[in-house]
Ligand binder design. Structure first.
Ligand code: ADP
Length: 491
């Protein structure tokens, strides 16, 4: 049942009907007498302010409604002004019962009798929180648009420019006054005019365009690369225009082109180097073989027939030639990695592992080593080259062992689209400062007498893995073993 708190002198049907209506309007209806004591407080006033009618009737209106800002006397002042002007219309902040502010729009009139004496006041107070919030949001949005680094502007469905922020001024060189009302075609160079028509048609159909990279023209005629995001503005189910966000990507494009060119130059110079290494190592083999053969012949035929020095010199020369042959062979194998035609097939790495361990069986037995592995995946690759990687890494694990007999374990784990293979040993380990260097050609950390080798193995592994679009790296500390990791694309 409606609990009405509006005072009426008579109680006829007409008045109770009015009371019912006043209690059911959406606005807070508040009345007070000449002393500003509340005499009416409808249902909407209860929901707006949180006070029940019974709690506030008879109390001074400023005690109930005053929010610390404006101070209580402001409410009194409003009523004083009312006495003079007869009515008040404006926005105010009142206090709710719980102390929180409520934004209201108040229409208040002074009730005067026939002699002009004031009998009290009646206010119709509307809660305008939503409107205020919407205004604030709009103001915030406008501030964001203005301070954005991206050009933001509005288009009508005909393509006329309807708004223009500061960044748009900077990017295109037109001031807001110059551009408003012009067709957005002015922003495109002659060869892109149709493109503007097409995008307009698309957006007018209600479709969005995201990060569309194209070329636009500034007022001074300079071309700029831009990325455009265009969204239709839909009001009551109808497209009424569009909002464009344009980002200047000219520098980014230049950087991309430069990077592309550098990558092309690098690829070309790599290919030339590879070609050179191949030709050099290949063509050097023949004369070197001749030198080696003749040195060996001299050694056999003249050993102990010349003096002791000559024997030593010949031995040094034979040894040097043999080492040079190794190096040239290694260089040739390295340059062959890239020259090999890509033949990628499913490769069962368990089979590769078994084959490699069998190749290394003599070394394993000699060193009383132990080589083990977990189940390995099948991946897409070049079987022969992957066997080379396994062989180099496992052989290194066997070679670079500490006092204990070498132990090497091969495992694999999958992460996303890649498998990571791990070849772990318990050997002498590698100082982190050399982790990168050891993958370079002929880079070694030890003398040949300490550990034999030429320093090409890891460089070959790196080249093979990169050819398989993977990565290779080592995790290790001195005297704590080494774990060589490499990734391969999963099948
Ligand atoms: P090589 O084995 O012929 O020396 P690599 O290219 O295979 O050539 O290795 C380069 C260098 O990296 C080695 O000389 C060694 O110093 C270091 N290295 C490689 N594998 C290991 C390992 N498992 N443990 C410790 N050091 C290693």
């Amino acid at each position: 049942m409606v609990q009405t708190s509006i005072c009426f002198s008579q109680n006829d049907d007409r008045l109770s009907y009015q009371a019912y209506l006043l209690d059911h309007i959406n606005d807070a209806l508040i009345a007070c007498d000449n002393d500003l004591r509340l005499t009416a407080w409808n249902h909407a006033a209860e929901t707006t302010y949180g006070w029940e009618a019974g709690e506030v009737l008879g109390k001074p209106v400023d005690e109930v409604l005053a929010y610390p800002d404006p101070a209580p006397h402001d409410i009194r002042q409003m009523y004083d002004q009312l006495l003079a002007n007869g009515q008040f219309f404006g926005e105010m902040i009142h206090s709710r019962k719980d102390g929180t502010p409520v934004f209201i729009e108040s229409r208040t009139i002074a009730l005067k009798d026939a002699d002009g004496n004031c009998n009290g006041f009646v206010s119709v107070n509307r809660n305008i929180a939503e409107r205020i919030l919407a205004q604030q949001a709009q103001a915030q949005l406008a501030a964001i648009v203005q301070s954005s680094d991206d050009a933001i502007f509005g288009n009508s469905t005909e393509g006329l420019i309807t708004s223009w922020n500061k960044a748009a001024e900077r990017m295109y060189g037109y001031s807001e006054a110059e551009i408003l009302g012009l067709r957005s075609h002015v922003l495109a160079p002659p060869d892109r005019q149709e493109e503007v028509d097409r995008t307009l048609e698309k957006v007018n159909r209600g479709e969005s365009i995201e990060h569309f990279e194209t070329v636009r023209e500034r007022k001074d005629g300079r071309k700029i690369n831009v990325s455009l995001t265009i969204s239709p503005i839909v009001e009551e189910g109808r497209v009424t225009g569009s909002a464009v966000i344009a980002r200047d990507i000219t520098l980014q494009k230049l950087a991309e082109q430069k990077l592309l060119k550098t990558a092309e130059d690098l690829a070309r110079s790599n290919a030339e180097l590879e070609q050179f290494a191949y030709i050099a190592s290949h063509d050097l083999q023949e004369p070197l073989r001749m030198v080696t053969n003749y040195l060996q012949l001299i050694e056999r035929r003249y050993k102990n027939r010349l003096d002791a020095d000559a024997d030593d010199f010949i031995a040094f020369a034979v040894d040097g030639a043999a080492r040079m042959q190794h190096l040239i062979n290694d260089l040739l194998s390295y340059s062959r990695v890239g020259r090999r035609e890509s033949r990628f097939n499913p490769v069962d790495l368990n089979r590769v592992y078994t084959q490699v361990v069998s190749n290394l069986s003599v070394a394993i037995q000699e060193k009383k080593g132990e080589v083990t592995c977990d189940p390995l995946p099948t991946i897409l690759g070049d079987e022969l080259q992957l066997a080379q990687v396994f062989q180099n890494l496992i052989a290194n694990g066997l070679k670079f062992h500490a006092q204990d007999a070498p132990r090497v374990h091969v495992s694999a784990f999958r992460k996303g689209d890649y498998w990571t293979l791990v070849v772990k040993d318990h050997g002498i380990g590698i100082d982190p400062e050399h982790h990168e260097r050891i993958f370079g050609i002929f880079q070694r950390l030890h003398g040949v007498n300490e550990y034999p080798g030429t320093g090409i193995g890891l460089a070959i592994c790196k080249k093979i893995i990169e050819r398989h679009h993977g990565k290779i790296w080592v995790e290790s500390q001195p005297n704590d073993g080494a774990s060589f990791h490499f990734t391969l694309l999963a099948l």
